[in-house]
Every structure is written in structure tokens, then in C-alpha cells.
Design a protein around this ligand. Sequence first.
Ligand code: NDP
Length: 264
Amino acid sequence: GYGAYGGTAPAALAAAPVPEVQQAPVVVISGGARGIGAATADRFAAEGARVVVLDRDAEALEALPADRQGLRLDVTDEAAVAQVMERIAAQHGRIDVFVNNAAIADDFAPTTEQSLDAFERGLAINLIAPLQLAAAAARVMLRGGGGAIVNLSSIAARGGLPRRNSYCAAKAGVEALTRSLACEWAQHGVRVNAVAPGYIATPGVMALEAEGKRSLRAVRRRIPLGRLGNPAEIADAVAFLASPRAAYMTGAIVPVDGGWSAFG
Ligand code: NDP
């Protein structure tokens, strides 16, 4: 049968409609040292999970709370990505949940002045690395009989944002990967879903106004619920999609954006 996090094997349905969780899940979160990733780590740690945070920021890893493990990783280092997942598997025995969260959003160049290097860097971190990470996590999950992957997309996947070409393209790619990997791994008990946040009050988003890149007043006016989201509200959706309560969800993209994407 499948692991609790990946859902229930068809033949087992009659006997066990809701999979029972026997032990603390092993949850791995990329870019989990700050922002939404850190809030997601808080959430899983509070539920008693064994949380492993992957991040490139050594100082932030040193400052992590004691209820989670930090491992240094640059997600664009292909060999290191495969190694770190095997190291976690060796230490904890399995990986139940992987949250594909690390990303950058620092390129605001006008497209006509952007270098190919800058465009490729955006795709490398925000699209290619998430695929490599998902594959490395799934290798462990397939051996263990199942698991759940939650990718972080964005409203930028569907709504055009000016001077955000690689970010928009990468996030659209993350949504396409979510569907493709969900279909490939469903029969092996690995579910793949995504959360698409709107504007969330992280330090990076709050800095947009100070740097003159976005008016947050205008952003708030555009959001039906009239405010930015907070990182814990994204963590709630991630935790739900990862949990056995979402056992019949795979390939889904869940907007958590205060109604931004519903507004026509
Ligand atoms: P942050 O920039 O606050 O945190 C991202 C984390 O990922 C940082 O710790 C960062 O490290 C790390 N990271 C970046 N690049 C790498 C790398 N190459 N290797 C390892 N770690 C890396 O991001 P947010 O919390 O704002 O966003 C989290 C996710 O949510 C992202 O996928 C983002 O696209 C998505 N999202 C966020 C929204 C928002 O409003 N904040 C809106 C929509 C989507 P370092 O500190 O060194 O950069």
C-alpha cells in the first residue's frame, strides 16, 4: 500500500478510507530559513513533524529554532541536491513531505535591457531547481511507498506582471510540472500539488514599496479581501495539501491570494 502522505492504494480503500498516520512525518522544506518557508517549517514543527530545512544562507541556518534541522544547500547545485535527499533518507529513514519553496524574485530589469544570463538565472533557481529537487525527493518517496510534494507557485504564473518575465515564465512552468509529475507519480503513491500565493507580507514584498517597485496601496485596492496575506496563511494551505486529509488531491493548484485571481 501507499504511505499515509501519498494517499491510499485503490485495493486498500474499503479497509482504510482515511490513512492512519503512525509516526511523526519527515518534512523537508527548501528555502525554509526565512519567509514563507520558515512559516511552513513552524507549522509542521508545531504539529510534531521532523522538519529538515534546506537553505543556502548559513547564518540563517545557524539561527534556526531547536525543533528543526538545517542543512546547507544551493538548490542550483545538481549533485548536492541528489546527495542531500539521500543523506536525509539515510538519517531519518524516509521523506514523507517535500515543500518546494526556495525561489528568488530580485530581477526587475526592463525586458529590453535584460541579459540572457539574468533570464537564465531566474529559470535555473525558480524552475529547473524545483524539478531537480522534486525528482530527488521522489526517488526517496518511491522507495518508501509514497509521499506528498507541495510546490510554491505564484499569481505570477497566470497574471502578467511587468519586468518579471523569468519569474512569470518559471512559475507557469512550476504549475505545468505540478500537473505532469502528479500524473507520473500518482500510481506510485506520490501526490504533487501547488499553492499559488498572492501578495504576502514577507520582508521582500514589504521592501517593494521602499524600493519604488510596487505601490502596496494599489496592490491592497486590487485584492478583494483588502489586505496582504501573511506567511502562516500560506503554511496552512501547504500543510493541508501535504496531509492525509488531501489524500484525493493531486495535480491541483490552490490560489491563496485574498481573491486576486478571482477578480476579473
Ligand atoms: P524569501 O526570499 O523570503 O525566502 C526564500 C528562501 O529561499 C531564502 O531563505 C533564500 O535564501 C532561499 N533561496 C533562494 N535561492 C536559493 C538557492 N539557490 N539555494 C538555496 N536556497 C535559496 O521568499 P518568500 O518566502 O517570499 O517566498 C517563498 C516562495 O513563495 C517562493 O517560491 C516564492 O516565489 C513564492 N511566493 C511568494 C510570494 C510573496 O508574496 N512573498 C508571492 C507568491 C509566491 P537567501 O536568503 O540566501 O536568498
